[in-house]
Design a protein around this ligand. Structure first.
Ligand SMILES: Cc1ncc(COP(=O)(O)O)c(C=O)c1O
Length: 380
């Protein structure tokens, strides 16, 4: 049997990882500013994480949601506290797309409506309604196409007001900072407008925090920067530091009914242990503060550099928009400097490092990046 060939691969095999570094099978060390696609929040193989998961594995790894799982209650309390949403309710699942599916479905159960608003360049996952709400027709199969999703221009308040006036809107789903779309920050006034229109029409505000949440932006949810609360927050990636765990955090006005949502694996013992370990480290090591400090430092330093079109983002979610003639910089960082970064089309380098990246590690990246800019500019 062969692998189903859907991923273009770099010819690199990672066999070891620690903190913000990974090593390949030839023992070459790489600085990781990609975090395996924004997943590594507390650093690779963090000792507390390894210990908690290992201990849990020796006790019980899995049992179904038909019995009490006190770890879920412990996680709900901890997440409520760290995220500052103590009166919200937790439902656990397994991936970002599944979190968004559940959020959209729950919103529709709540107000009995069908229409969903999402925005240009949004990415919400690859499953049925999540992919329909994603602004990328090439990954939407005919079976996923639906008239229930309206994709409106990002950060355009007038279009939003008109859509609410003309349709029976169930929910609005928005990333506080678009990730796959190229690190585009939702304006505070836009998020505030979504809040007030959702209140006016009793629609549900869904904050897709799968990539921009969990402290990455320098606040627990990136939507917190605008000072408004969403009705449902969806999260995944950084939640488990690599263990597949996802969840939605649900406002008190939305009430649960038996069997309205459900999943076999969601909230299993190991997933809860991983998620608790992550929150314990985030809290203990003040990683949200570190994301803000090191992130602001990186953004300020990058803004001083020549040849860059734009630097966007908040905290440790940073997009460096490069002109076409510098499109090989990302590849050169990997192969000449052994630094992993992410990308977005056409020429945006995405920085999504672990939240405990140090200033020294940020400086290693900046030195390599400056060198690349310089040599490309000289040869251009
Ligand atoms: C904002 C956002 N939402 C949803 C998803 C989907 O998450 P998953 O790949 O875990 O299904 C992603 C993945 O990149 C994402 O960035």
């Amino acid at each position: 049997m062969k692998l189903f060939d859907v991923y273009p691969l770099n010819d690199i095999t990672i066999v070891k990882a620690q903190g913000s570094y990974v090593w390949d099978d030839a023992d070459q060390k790489y600085l990781d500013l990609y975090g395996g696609h924004a997943v590594i929040s507390i650093g690779h193989t963090h000792p507390h994480y390894v210990k908690r998961l290992e201990a849990q594995l020796h006790k019980v790894g899995f049992y179904s949601n038909s019995i009490k799982i006190p770890l879920q209650v412990e996680l709900a309390e901890k997440l409520g506290k760290v995220s500052g949403k103590e009166d919200y309710q937790l439902f656990m699942c397994n991936s970002g797309a599944e979190a968004n599916e559940n959020a959209l479905k729950l919103a529709s159960f709540y107000n009995g409506r069908k229409k969903v608003i999402s925005f240009t360049k949004a990415f919400h996952g690859r499953t049925s309604l999540a992919v329909a709400a994603t602004d990328n027709p090439s990954i939407v199969a005919p079976v996923n196409q639906t008239e229930n999703v309206l994709i409106l221009p990002f950060n355009n308040e007038v279009a939003l007001e008109e859509a609410f006036a003309q349709n029976d809107i169930s929910s609005v789903i928005i990333e506080g900072i678009q990730g796959v779309g190229g690190i585009n920050v939702a304006a505070d006034s836009f998020l505030q407008k979504i809040r007030s229109l959702c209140d006016q029409y009793d629609a549900v505000f869904i904050a897709d925090s799968v990539q921009c949440g969990y402290g990455r932006s320098g606040k627990f949810y990136s939507h917190d920067h605008s000072g408004v609360n969403a009705d449902i927050y969806t999260m995944a990636k950084g939640m488990g530091n690599g263990f597949p765990v996802a969840a939605i955090s649900i406002a008190p006005k939305i009430h649960a009914k038996y069997f309205m949502l459900g999943t076999t694996f969601g909230g299993n013992h190991l997933a809860c242990a991983a998620a608790l370990a992550v929150l314990e480290v985030i809290e203990e090591d003040e990683l949200i503060k570190n994301a803000e400090t090191v992130g602001n430092y990186l953004i300020e330093e990058l803004k001083k550099l020549p040849h860059i079109k734009e630097v966007r983002g908040k905290g440790l979610m940073i997009g460096i928009d490069l002109p076409d003639e510098l499109k090989t910089v990302k590849r050169n960082l990997l192969f000449n400097h052994k630094i992993f970064t992410g990308e977005a089309k056409p020429n945006v380098i995405r920085l999504l490092p672990a939240l405990n990246i140090s200033k020294t590690e940020a400086d290693i990246f900046l030195a390599a990046f400056k060198k690349e800019l310089h040599s490309m500019a000289v040869t251009a």
